[in-house]
Design a protein around this ligand. Structure first.
Ligand code: AMP
Ligand code: GLY
Length: 424
């Protein structure tokens, strides 16, 4: 098979790396890619919003499957266009991608389907939103309706700040038009976890659970980031919780897609709050999580390409999943200043002795090759993922390798997996 991977983060490196090991693979292409792309794939250097060139490339190179990493092209309808051109693609059509593209769509769907989630109201003007704030108790959870690159959610105890957020969204339009529709919802107190599940329209195949760490500093302090590290599986998602996720969330979601005539072939990301072993949906995404993918995929024993292909063909019922025993811990190394302003172009040292092998993985995110040197090229720069028989051994191993890598300004969390350890 010839395969094309779309994206440029650690998630896409993890996907491309696993695909590169598949027995089914002939040629692997990966665009726009990053500093690791040429190690395992050919890079046609096409941007993700250039659908016309992507379709042309897929046709001319006889691509059997295109695997979409990030949400933006899916929300914009890349799967629809590939399908119209007779090209197989892993990722939902734009109507299905709405579960991530519109919070209001997702919340309404959950309500109709009886999927547990925070109580909420949708607002289309600032005045009614502010009036509602006066009726409810803090913490206030305010969410822009559309895609906002992970910045569209504000949680605050303080009403003045909440008012200011609404001003920013409705008047200053900091998230554009899609931010002039907002959801205000109930605050849920519990432990967060992620369950990814493959959907093909008929069958659901849940992957092992995982847990991201969003705030930038240890002990979950500081502003939220795209994710500072992840573990898999997440101990808070025990068998009972997983069963509830399947019965209360994934099955009703599948039925709701059917009722709405939405053919969903790809992965569903269920971002959960677990409250006393009861899972509530905080958000749905239409793609793999990043960094969750970097912790989940190293544990996958089965051929990932076969799995992605069966999903895209609507034949998931023929799949069988095998996982390695033990745990994976993935630590994200970031540029100084991230998630605020940061500089690029810092040379990365220490990766020479660190090649991907059975139990340790380096997944590149914001990296770039310049004259043979590897330099930083984004906020989240590198992932180091390690497997261990126990969660503790996976964490210790990951940090042993993290400490071998350096670049000017590097920072990372020292406590990835701390909540998981408390359960064990
Ligand atoms: P979202 O983009 O909707 O996942 O929100 C980003 C983050 O805000 C989540 O990962 C949670 O940590 C937090 N969050 C969102 N909604 C809620 C809620 N209703 N209650 C508590 N925390 C929330
Ligand atoms: N790790 C959070 C996300 O992928 O949305």
């Amino acid at each position: 098979m010839n395969v094309l991977v779309l994206g440029s983060g650690g998630r896409e490196h993890a996907l491309a790396y696993k695909i590169s090991q598949s027995k089914l693979l002939d040629r692997l292409f990966w665009t726009p890619g990053n500093g690791a792309t040429e190690e395992i794939a050919e890079n046609p250097h096409i941007e993700l919003d250039d659908f016309e060139s992507l379709v042309k490339f897929a046709r001319e190179n006889k691509i059997d499957l295109t695997v979409v990493g990030p949400e933006a092209p899916l929300v914009k309808g890349i799967a629809d266009i590939f399908d119209e051109n007779g090209l197989k693609i892993f990722g939902p059509f734009s109507r299905g991608a709405m579960i991530e593209g519109s919070k209001i769509f997702a919340k309404n769907l959950m309500k109709e389907a009886g999927i547990p989630t925070a109580e909420y109201r949708a607002f289309y003007d600032e005045k009614s939103a502010k009036t509602y704030l006066n009726e409810i108790k803090p913490p206030y959870v305010i969410k822009a309706d559309g895609l906002a690159a992970g910045k569209g959610v504000v949680i605050t105890e303080d009403k003045e700040s909440a008012y200011k957020v609404l001003d920013d969204m409705f008047e200053k339009k900091i998230f554009g038009e899609s931010g002039t529709r907002v959801v205000i919802e109930e605050f849920l107190a519990g432990e967060e976890a992620t369950v990814l599940a493959l959907f093909d329209g008929e069958s659901i195949v849940p992957l092992i659970s995982s847990q991201d760490h969003k705030p930038v500093f240890d002990n979950d302090r500081g502003p939220n980031t795209g994710g500072m590290g992840a573990i898999a599986p997440a101990p808070v998602v025990n068998d009972r919780v997983m069963q509830r996720v399947l019965e209360r969330i994934l099955l009703p979601l599948k039925n709701s897609f059917k009722e709405k005539n939405i053919l969903y072939r790809g992965v569903v990301y269920a971002g959960l709050m677990i409250v006393d072993e009861n899972p509530y949906v905080v958000e749905f995404n239409c793609r793999f999580g990043d960094p969750e993918a970097e912790a989940v995929l190293p544990l996958l024993e089965s051929d990932i390409l076969e799995l992605l292909l069966l999903t895209a063909k609507g034949r998931l019922n023929e799949s069988s999943l095998k996982w390695k025993n033990g745990y994976c811990c993935d630590v994200v190394l970031c540029s100084g200043g991230y998630p605020g302003k940061y500089e690029k172009g810092k040379e990365i040292h220490g990766l020479e002795n660190l090649k991907n092998r059975d139990d340790v993985f380096v997944f590149h995110a914001g990296t770039k090759k310049v004259d043979g040197r590897l330099v930083t090229n984004g906020g989240r720069v590198l992932n180091i993922a390690a497997l261990g028989d126990t969660l503790k051994s996976a964490i210790d191993k990951a940090y042993r390798y993290v400490d071998m890598v350096s670049f000017d300004g590097v920072h990372f969390r020292r406590d990835i997996g701390y909540r998981g350890l408390k359960h064990l």
